[in-house]
Design a protein around this ligand. Structure first.
Ligand code: BES
Ligand code: MN
Ligand code: ZN
Length: 491
């Protein structure tokens, strides 16, 4: 993992010098010092390259002075208009540009220290990669950047702004790792075991296996699990960070953790089925958010619950037509065994509200292909029975670059999941598929403030993004961290 250090401004003698440059004149400080050290080559080269300092622009000068391998200029737009999110994107753009250097110095001395921290955060998030299973990659093809020193106008201020970001990055990386792991490695038992790792951050972790789930009556979740040779798990994580004088009901986070979704007897087509290893990204985001909150010692009480199963076809698998009894007592006719996420969440959500009496519940799930049809990969779907909570979730997402778009709920949609023989069926037809899935979940909220994020389109990216290389994005970790900060820690 990339090591970030904040240092006093001084030109480096080796490696790369990275200059975040606004439109117009070179800023005072290290950029001007570099201009002088290169005898004016810097500005001449930038002119020749057509570099104007616009966002998204970059230019590289090779061997500009003896010792220094390169100067990389990255555009940050109009002077004084850099937002935290744009700073993170600029930081993200830097990572691949200096990946073949072992060390780089980022000259953020002309920017406010908080923005220097955001630049570092972006670089850190963008440079994470999952290489556990690469054994034959050539040394020269591997990214080498180990240390990014960031020159800041105030080292202590930049450091303290960066401290929570480091904890959040750790949470993001944990999520990305869980989501990236192959399904033969990360089965429900292994996933639960990895949650135990949060204990060292002060999180209480409980794991429940099939016996307990059966005793409690988790009929819907167990119906999904019954076709698999892998045992299901539910993990309950508690972070108690609220000061004794400011105790409130906890915020509850709930995640869908299907470690592999074949569809079950309603089996999916072969093409692209490997993608269904990341059908546990909701649970992954909840675990990463708990790690981030505990890592930065958030002053709030938060519980995280995840339901972990594998959805397989077999002689013991549940059938289309089966009726299962959920933990809430409501019965469900299983029309399609591929609509399994809602069955898992139904039991976990009811249990969560009954045991913890939370002030709100936020669930994350790679729930439907239909949400990708509706929103593509740019927004997650937001569904809520509470306008204020919905607004808070949307604002938190906007603030961290994890955008959500609110979708409707309503009685007419709810009718689509009426069953002829049970309290409901688990699918409502092709039309409005992500909405009827949310209607199903709403029946397990017991009327409590609840928000559901359908992250099927955003949990994984097939292209590089500003602050995430292609692959697992950890969508939701930063949103949840921000939501808790604004909802439960303010004041
Ligand atoms: N895990 C899938 C949803 C999904 C699809 C996530 C594509 C990411 C990418 C979910 O369990 C599922 O299979 N949903 C079905 C529901 C249908 C049977 C009502 C779907 O979306 O097709
Ligand atoms: Mn499915
Ligand atoms: Zn699924």
């Amino acid at each position: 993992m990339l090591d970030i250090a904040f240092v006093k401004p001084a030109l480096p003698r080796s490696g790369a010098l990275v200059l975040p440059l606004p439109e117009g004149e070179l800023p005072a400080g290290l950029a001007r010092a570099a201009e002088e050290a290169t005898g004016g080559l810097l500005s001449r080269a930038l002119d020749a390259a057509g570099f104007k300092g616009r966002k998204g622009q970059s230019a590289t000068l090779w061997a500009p002075v003896p010792g220094l391998a390169r100067i990389v200029a990255v555009g940050i737009g109009k002077p004084g208009e850099l937002t935290p999110e744009a700073a993170e994107a600029a930081g993200g753009a830097i990572a691949p540009l200096v990946a073949s250097e072992r060390e780089a110095l980022l000259a953020a001395d002309a920017l406010p220290p908080a923005l220097a921290a955001h630049l570092g955060f972006g670089a850190m998030l963008r440079s994470w990669r999952f290489d556990r299973y690469r054994t034959t990659e050539k040394e020269e093809d591997k990214p080498k950047l180990e240390r990014l020193a960031i020159a800041a106008s105030s080292v202590p201020e930049a450091k303290s702004a960066f401290a929570p970001m480091r904890a959040i990055a750790d949470g993001v990386f944990l999520t990305r790792e869980l989501v990236s792991e192959p399904p033969n490695v990360l089965d429900p038992a292994e996933f639960a075991e990895r949650c135990k790792g949060l204990e060292k951050l002060g999180v209480e972790v409980e794991i429940m296996g099939p016996k307990e789930l059966k005793r409690m009556g988790f009929g819907a979740m167990l119906g999904v699990a019954q076709g698999s040779a892998k045992e299901p798990r539910m993990v309950v994580m508690q972070w108690r960070g609220a000061p004794r004088t400011r105790k409130q009901k906890p915020v509850a986070l709930i995640g869908k953790g299907v470690t592999f979704d074949t569809g079950g007897i309603s089996i999916k087509p072969a093409g692209g089925m490997e993608d269904m290893k990341w059908d546990m990204a909701g649970a992954g985001a909840v675990v990463g958010a708990m790690a981030a909150l505990a890592g930065r010692k958030a002053k709030a009480d938060v519980v995280g619950l995840i339901g972990l199963v594998e959805n397989m076809p077999s002689g013991t698998a549940q059938r289309p037509g089966d009726v299962v009894k959920t933990y809430s007592g409501q019965t469900v006719e299983v029309i399609n065994t591929d609509a399994e996420g809602r069955l898992v969440l139904a039991d976990v959500m009811w249990y969560c509200q009954e045991r913890f009496d939370p002030r709100c519940m936020v669930d994350l799930a790679t729930l439907t292909g239909a949400i990708i049809v509706a929103l593509g990969h740019e927004h997650a779907g937001l569904f809520s029975n509470d306008d204020e909570l919905a607004q808070r979730v949307a604002a938190a997402g906007k603030g961290v670059g994890e955008q959500v778009w609110r979708m409707p709920l309503g009685e007419a949609y709810d009718k689509q999941i009426k069953s002829d023989i049970a309290d409901m069926k688990n699918v409502g037809g092709r039309q409005g598929g992500s909405i009827t899935a949310a209607q199903f979940l709403q029946r397990f909220t017991n009327g409590r403030p609840w928000a559901h994020l359908d992250i099927a389109g955003t949990a994984w990216s097939s292209k590089d993004l500003p602050v995430a290389a292609k692959g697992a994005t950890a969508f939701g970790v930063r949103l949840l961290d921000r939501l808790v900060a604004e909802m439960a820690e303010e004041g």
